[in-house]
Design a protein around this ligand. Structure first.
Ligand SMILES: O=C(O)COP(=O)(O)O
Ligand SMILES: [Mg+2]
Length: 231
């Protein structure tokens, strides 16, 4: 049994595309730029809010005029922060089985940590809204440490804090970034297919285990009995 499991948030534990798209489209409207469908914005999730705005502006480049994307980002980032602060945690929902999986792992004595690329202030707001405040021994956002996923640092930090060796740990995520982070830190890469991953098939990232559901993750973590989709 693993001693520590680190979890990605968006696309792994929670569906957040709706509230991120709402904040993004309100911001685009305020900036007189064309709105984007939620499905397009969902593919930009996974690198934090600031980078998502950068991608939105790159997409809008035909409408940006003479100012570059970086200038626009400086101008629009304060608006986006106001809007995301207002929507963060209002529309997001946990994927089925998320709360139960975490409770079961916690009860079994497995250390739990949250490693998201979302800025820490939004990460904490979201966890509170989802009823997961206090569930994780460590919460790391994209701006908590000098480097974020796919750098190994956030997971290495958790390993150090809990005094756990890499082979005793796993990272569960929804994206290529999560698999790459797990690899860089030397922990097992676990994945779920229900998330965002830029619209690509997460199986292509070759995680060590790919689970059909969060209930299967708990079953595997506790008994190693569950048959993953791929190994
Ligand atoms: O893009 C985000 O806001 C965060 O994404 P993550 O939780 O999947 O790392
Ligand atoms: Mg994710």
């Amino acid at each position: 049994m693993k001693k520590l499991i680190t979890f990605d948030l968006d696309g792994t534990l929670a569906q957040t595309a709706g509230e991120i798209a709402a904040a993004a489209n309100l911001t685009l409207r305020e900036a007189n730029l064309p709105e984007q469908p939620e499905a397009v914005i969902a593919k930009m999730i996974g690198h934090g809010a600031s980078e998502l705005l950068m991608q939105l502006l790159q997409q809008a480049s035909p409408w940006l005029g003479r100012s570059g994307v970086a200038d626009w980002h400086r101008h629009v980032w304060p608006l986006f922060q106001v809007n995301y602060r207002a929507t963060c945690g209002t529309l997001a929902t946990l994927y089925p089985g998320a709360a139960d999986m975490l409770a079961r792992l916690d009860a079994a004595g497995i250390r739990l940590a949250l490693v998201s690329n979302k800025e820490e202030r939004y990460t904490r707001t979201l966890l509170r809204a989802l009823g997961l405040e206090g569930r994780f021994g460590i919460v790391i956002g994209g701006d908590s440490l000098p480097r974020k996923k796919p750098d190994a640092l956030p997971i290495e930090y958790c390993l150090r804090q809990f005094d756990v060796a890499p082979h005793e740990a796993a990272h569960l995520g929804d994206s290529h970034t999560d698999v790459a982070t797990a690899r860089a830190a030397g922990v097992e890469a676990w994945a779920v297919p229900h998330g965002y991953n830029r619209g690509l098939d997460i199986a292509d990232a070759k995680p060590d285990f790919l689970f059909a559901s969060l209930a299967d993750v708990a079953e595997h973590a506790l008994t190693r009995d569950c048959q993953p989709l791929a190994a």
